[in-house]
Design a binder for this molecule. Sequence first.
Ligand code: CP3
Length: 347
Amino acid sequence: MSTLASKRMIRALAKEQLDRPPFWLMRQAGRYLPEYRQTRADAGSFLDLCYNPKLAEEVTLQPLRRYDMDAAILFADILLIPDALGQPLAYKEGEGPVLEAVRSAKELSSLSFDNLHKVLNPVYETVDRLSSSLPSHCTLIGFAGAPWTVATYMVEGRGSKDYVNIKKWIYSDPDGFQELMEILIRSTTEYLLHQIKAGAEVVQIFDTWAGVLPDEEFARWVTEPTRRIVEAIRREHPGFPIIGFPKGAGGNLMDYVQKTGIDAVSLDTAAPLDWAATEIQPHVTVQGNLDPILLVTGGQKMVDRIHHILKTFSNGSHIFNLGHGIIPQTPPENVALLAETLHNYNS
Ligand code: CP3
């Protein structure tokens, strides 16, 4: 067996059922780790950290020095795409990302593909470095935001509660909004293909705000753009493993799974386990879905829930993860307890 095929993560994505599932955690590199906070301070700003291959490699490796995870996710951010398209972006302390909003098809002329890969090149270099520095059993995951979620930030100009600007746009001028989606489908596809060329072994597509759309809009702006990206990647790399994370998809999840062609779906915290095991897991590998707040709580309550998730998904292929990213308040020792619980598990 080749080393790639023997990695636990790759085997789970090939729908193999394993003695214990591979695990990694969304946002496993980040502010809950003191060494991350130090490196981020050294880098100056969050964007400087993302565009510094040596430091981005360092923060990607930091959680692996503490915990024996089966995969590492490239350190970057989903909003590097708008940045590379020329939309001014800043991460403000306590506020999150702030962008100069684009709200109509006319305003799209301010975006350009000209510098896309020149700006993103440091990210490809980070992937390249990681592909030789990662422990041999560890899988390298590349990622991008899905067009819909990236568009929410581009149109709202920041995180949003009601998505009123982007929804007004899709309802009043869907063809104009489609132009923005075409820009994002193209740049996201190229971005992921460059990551794959640099050494990413799996990619995950984050659609964090998929859950705010009614069904027909979900099909058009979440499922269809993702399907096109998956298809374009597979045209160049047949069978390449892809994970989708349509957070909050609820009853739209099955349609997403069947139409996009992804190999695994990352389940959010609210996805009911028994339903996911009977309805979703027969079609694709399931990833997830411990509540990140249980990782803040820790103790026996967390261990019991981990066991329950493992048991419920033990009749098919499963990648253990959270239902959303680790939050900064998480005690690192609780992550150690999670890792120990998973390593000691044997179905
Ligand atoms: O370890 C990893 O998961 C890899 C790196 C990663 C980051 N962001 C680093 C980051 C990944 C995969 C992301 C994805 C991302 N970024 C998503 C989708 C997944 C999700 O969590 O919903 C979204 C919506 C973003 C956009 C984004 N980036 C927001 C809204 C924020 C501010 C909120 C926050 O958590 O601070 C960021 C900043 C960000 N991205 C940080 C990190 C470690 C914190 C920045 C800091 O160090 O100050």
